[in-house]
Design a protein around this ligand. Structure first.
Ligand code: CU
Length: 459
């Protein structure tokens, strides 16, 4: 095909428009302040609104991660793409690499994304996560669902009307009223568990309380893929499917060998994908989320046909602390590529005195380097919890396999966040394949801001 000069002129005239159209396709993520009504009271919170006006962002596997992040707040922030493994400069931890996003500032993000699954984005700045500065980040396998008739994302938050800075100051000051009583774990006599050291006002599911729940319309006899995200700052959860049965197909966005579930734990920052077959009749079924070791619950309703939604109160019997029985049942569905295992690290989770000071290996940390890894090797980390509380441990930029629980080895799930209950030791292994200075921390916001925030470097 030959172009005439006239064609060339037409083409070059059209080019800026082509370029402009492509530029306009970059999704905009707006970090905003918003007012939420919780139990009849107004609360000022944050949020991240995506290009379709809904929270967060959906991508399709194979697409690069591209976004223009605009900070509409009057304070600085930093957004971490929890579950993706970007180059470290785009990971959103400015205390380690890069700069915070100043008030009114915009920034472009552009990297190759190799992950599918249910992920999320959240502030890595101060205590903003407690003020709901978080949103879903979903990477679909294909543009159209392959297996599931319908899908629904549920983001969970522990909510307080209080200023989180006040809560942290109170914890660090060792004020008694804020501290919950230690409860004995009936499943493991002799061990204590105290993960909910803060009293919350509500458990929100997609910003709603259980007395005014979200009602999701489903098809009689259909299949629903629930993508659950525990975005709580300090609350591990039990998921209760009630009369419904589900197949757990992924944790932290990564496939596991499917297992049947009706009740299972979801620790802080973890995600779970559950396929639920809706009964072949009209009805309404609650999916409930119980706070570990407290009386709060949240939930949503699935409704088919003319089912009626009953009122459920947001208080329930206190649930048992979360152990590792469920984690021990999870398996990777395929053989993993494994580089030679060259490095073994032990990280003791320590602290928890009356001033709520935590740390690793006996000392409080704030972005200190805990250990260094060599690129191209496989690294094992043993988390040994010497405190009386559970800690959801998160390593940025990498995916680890859970390989051992209290001395019992197995081919466990691939995750980015693992709960280490009090007194337990869990080993994980990962490929050191993403050079940088990476955050390595407890995802309990108040532990993280009380010394459980370290880093992992490359040699
Ligand atoms: Cu912790």
């Amino acid at each position: 095909m030959k172009f005439s000069r006239r064609d060339m002129l037409k083409l070059s005239a059209a080019l800026p428009f082509v370029w402009q159209a492509r530029a306009e396709q970059i999704p905009i993520l707006d970090i905003v302040s918003r007012v939420l009504e919780v139990k009849g009271k107004a609360a000022k919170v944050f949020g991240i609104i995506g290009p379709d006006g809904k929270p967060g962002l959906s991508l399709v596997y194979g697409q690069p991660f591209r976004a223009l992040l605009r900070n509409q707040l009057s304070e600085e922030t930093a957004i971490h793409w929890h579950g993706l493994s970007p180059p470290v400069a785009q990971d959103g931890v400015p205390m380690l690499v890069g700069e915070p996003l100043k008030a009114g500032e915009s920034r472009n993000y552009d990297f190759i994304n190799k992950k599918v699954g249910t992920h999320w984005m959240h502030s890595h700045m101060g205590l903003q996560e407690q003020q709901l500065l978080a949103a879903p980040l979903i990477v679909h396998e294909t543009a159209k669902p392959v297996f599931d008739d319908q899908e629904h994302v549920v983001m969970l938050h522990d909510f307080t009307f209080r200023d989180p800075a006040e809560i942290l100051a109170e914890l660090n000051g060792g004020d008694a009223p804020q501290m919950a009583r230690m409860e004995v774990n009936p499943a493991q006599p002799g061990t204590m568990a105290m993960s909910n050291d803060i009293k919350f006002d509500a458990l929100l599911a997609n910003d709603r309380t259980l007395d005014d729940p979200e009602v999701v319309k489903v098809e009689e006899g259909g299949v629903l893929r629930l993508r659950l995200i525990n975005a709580a700052s300090a609350t591990n959860l039990w998921v209760e499917l009630g009369e419904l049965k589900g197949q757990l197909i992924a944790v932290d966005g990564t496939a596991v060998k499917p297992i049947s579930v009706s009740r299972f734990p979801l620790a802080i920052a973890q995600r779970a994908d559950v396929r639920i077959t809706i009964p072949n009749e009209s009805g309404a079924w609650p999916i409930l989320f119980h706070s570990e070791s407290s009386h709060l619950q949240g939930g949503i309703y699935l409704k088919a046909g003319g089912g009626s939604v009953d009122q459920i109160f947001d208080l329930c019997q206190a649930s048992a602390p979360i152990g590792l029985e469920f984690e021990a049942m999870l398996r990777v569905p395929y053989a993993l590529h494994k580089s030679p295992l060259e490095q073994h690290e032990t990280v003791a989770l320590t602290g928890g005195d009356e001033h709520h000071q935590f740390g690793f290996n006996g000392r409080p940390m704030m972005h200190d380097v805990l250990f260094k890894v060599k690129q191209g090797t496989r690294v094992e980390v043993a988390f040994r919890n010497e405190t009386v509380m559970a800690h959801p441990m998160h390593i940025h930029g990498h995916y680890f396999q859970v390989t051992e629980i209290n001395g019992v080895a197995f081919e466990g799930a691939q995750r980015d966040t693992i709960l280490i209950p009090a007194g337990h030791t869990v080993k994980v292994q990962f490929e050191a394949d993403n050079p940088g200075l990476w955050a390595f921390h407890c995802h309990h916001l108040y532990h993280m801001n009380s010394g459980m925030m370290a880093a992992m470097a490359y040699v």
